[in-house]
Design a protein around this ligand. Structure first.
Ligand SMILES: Nc1ncnc2c1ncn2[C@@H]1O[C@H](COP(=O)(O)OP(=O)(O)OP(=O)(O)O)[C@@H](O)[C@H]1O
Length: 563
């Protein structure tokens, strides 16, 4: 329950007014239901007795039947209002929670991004948030309204019937319903959790299967992977069946409680009527109230069965929100102004180790790049070239040493100012499905045709786009429909559109033939004549394009002279 508190607080803080009114209406529904059954029972008994006594003609049928109608209609109206208010408030708070989770994901520190799995994050955003819709609807509101309804019913019965009937009802209902609810909550914790885990596994395996289907098919592993997917689905169904069985057993305990409470109330009423303490019609009230009290336990039973699923989801959501909110604090909002006369990029005595790695990738690393220079970083695979670009874009922060970007210490840059001044083309860029214009608009939302074509021309992609039908032609998922080299150039065009002062390119011409590579590199310089360009490079064409080559030695080995 402690895990659910932060979620309850989040829901309550924005929706307290709607929830308060919804809870009041939920109480009204329960009270009206109990009163309706009590009044109807009283009415039938009293009318019967009046008939037996031969006083039927004098019996006032109008007021009680008007009361029954009023209560029945009032209950329906209150139920309608309660559903609208509470569901609306819950859906609004879940929508807000989804946005908060997305923001937390967006704030995830870059160093942790490689560990994130798309399918896992998708799960979190859908199943976990959906699991939390019951926190208010099936736990909070039913508990508060049931407690209030019980207290009110007890007070009214005490006044109208007899305190002993109230004592009987409480002494059967309180332990009986507590036993049933605790039984359901306790026993269904495991299956409801394992059902959720199996569902998560099913979704992740299914997404992975779709993504890797070509590789799996050629390696002959498709059938085995499909078995994995169906195994997760079978576990999920088994867990659901088990939760249902537990819920039904809880239902049996509740039915026994209800029957015992009603039978006892009927017996007590009969005895009280026999001794003449109260009239028989009033004596029937306890019996009907006992039947009506069972109604309030239905939604609670469902909530209890889901408690394991809810707490697990809440734990994951709380953790992600906490990390996202903490890392958001990292961003310094002070926007500095760059100094034009200073070097574009300086790294002094930098040490950096990837999380979980055993040794630093950079140790006492030094680099100085003048404004307007084009520098190619070369070195063996794994020597840390991409890491240097990530440090220069401040996607990573060094463990030791200083990084200066455009004359300003990296830590002093505000996030928006840095993204204006520095652009990075990573080794693998993501293209979203949509049109070519959409892909470019990520860099420049208000992009016009002229800007789009000039960036596409710079990366030698204009002809290919024209042949496809222009900038409004559609791309499939991850840029499907373009060749690997064309996708790379489209991502490059997008980076150029930002017109950065410092452009960081991680193997920009990978997958391009020598001539196209040369054209693209010349196009980049033509598009950004004054920018400083740093390339992580393995290709001769890139080295030839650079003013200077900087050798990146693996950490621990000496850097050659000439750097
Ligand atoms: N997220 C990470 N977690 C742990 N280790 C990492 C991570 N990213 C990179 N590394 C490791 O850091 C080292 C440097 O990686 P980096 O990508 O910077 O090298 P690189 O010189 O750009 O290599 P390549 O030329 O093959 O692209 C490698 O040994 C790599 O395995």
């Amino acid at each position: 329950m402690k895990t659910l508190l932060p979620i309850i607080r989040r829901i309550w803080s924005h929706e307290w007014w709607a929830l308060l009114r919804g809870t009041a209406l939920a109480m009204l529904v329960l009270i009206a239901g109990i009163a309706l059954l009590g009044l109807s029972g009283w009415f039938i008994t009293a009318a019967g007795l009046a008939g037996v006594a031969g006083a039927g003609i004098a019996f006032d049928v109008f007021r009680p039947s008007a009361g029954v109608r009023f209560l029945a209609l009032g209950r329906t109206a209150a139920r309608y209002g309660e559903r609208i208010l509470t569901h609306d408030a819950t859906l609004r708070s879940l929508a807000r929670l989804r946005v908060q989770l997305l923001a937390a994901l967006a704030n995830t520190p870059f160093a942790r991004l490689p560990a994130l799995r798309a399918s896992e994050q998708l799960n979190r955003l859908t199943r976990d948030v959906d699991a939390l819709d019951g926190v208010a609807l099936r736990l909070l509101i039913p508990i508060v309204s049931a407690l209030t309804a019980v207290a009110l019913t007890a007070a009214v019965l005490r006044f109208l019937v007899d305190p002993r009937v109230v004592t009987w009802l409480l002494s059967t209902y309180v332990p009986g319903s507590a036993l049933a609810l605790v039984f359901v909550a306790w026993r269904s914790r495991k299956p409801s959790r394992s059902g959720q885990l199996a569902l998560n596994a099913f979704r992740m395996r299914f997404v992975d299967l779709l993504r890797a289907r070509a590789d799996l098919a050629v390696s002959g592993k498709l059938a085995t992977r499909m078995e994995h997917v169906t195994a997760a689905e079978a576990r999920m169904r088994a867990a659901v069946a088990r939760t249902d069985r537990i819920e039904r057993t809880g239902g049996i305990i509740l039915s026994v409680t209800e029957s015992a409470a009603a039978a006892g109330a009927l017996l007590a009423g009969a005895m009280l009527a026999k001794t003449g303490s109260i009239d028989p019609a009033r004596a029937a009230l306890g019996f009907f109230a006992a039947l009506a009290l069972a109604e309030m336990l239905g939604p609670l039973r469902r909530g209890m069965a889901e408690i394991g699923r809810m707490t697990d989801a809440a734990r994951r959501v709380n953790r992600l929100l906490a990390t996202g909110e903490n890392s958001a604090d990292r961003i310094d909002e002070w926007p500095p102004t760059t100094r034009r006369d200073s070097p574009a990029l300086v790294m002094r005595d930098v040490r950096f180790m990837h999380p979980g790695a055993e040794a630093p990738v950079l140790d006492r690393f030094e680099l100085k790049i003048g404004a307007g220079e084009i520098v190619a970083l070369v070195g063996p695979s794994g020597s840390g070239k991409s890491t240097i670009l990530h440090l220069a874009a401040r996607m990573l922060d060094p463990d030791e040493g200083q990084v200066e970007i455009l004359g300003i210490a990296a830590r002093k840059w505000s996030e928006p100012a840095l993204r204006e001044a520095v652009a990075l083309l990573p080794q693998r860029s993501a293209l979203l499905s949509g049109t070519i214009r959409d892909a470019l608009a990520l860099a420049r939302p208000d992009i016009d045709d002229r800007e789009a074509w000039s960036a596409l021309t710079a990366v030698a992609l204009d002809r290919a786009v024209q042949e496809r039908g222009g900038v409004d032609s559609r791309l499939g998922e991850s840029g499907a429909g373009l060749s690997g080299g064309e996708r790379r150039r489209l991502a490059l065009a997008r980076v150029l559109l930002r017109r950065p002062s410092l452009l960081l390119l991680d193997e920009p011409t990978e997958g391009l033939d020598r001539e196209t590579a040369r054209n693209v590199l010349a196009g980049i310089r033509g598009y950004l004549p004054d920018a400083t360009i740093v390339l992580a490079s393995h290709r001769a064409a890139e080295r030839e394009f650079a003013d200077r080559v900087h050798y990146v030695a693996p950490a621990g080995s000496p850097a050659p002279p000439g750097n």
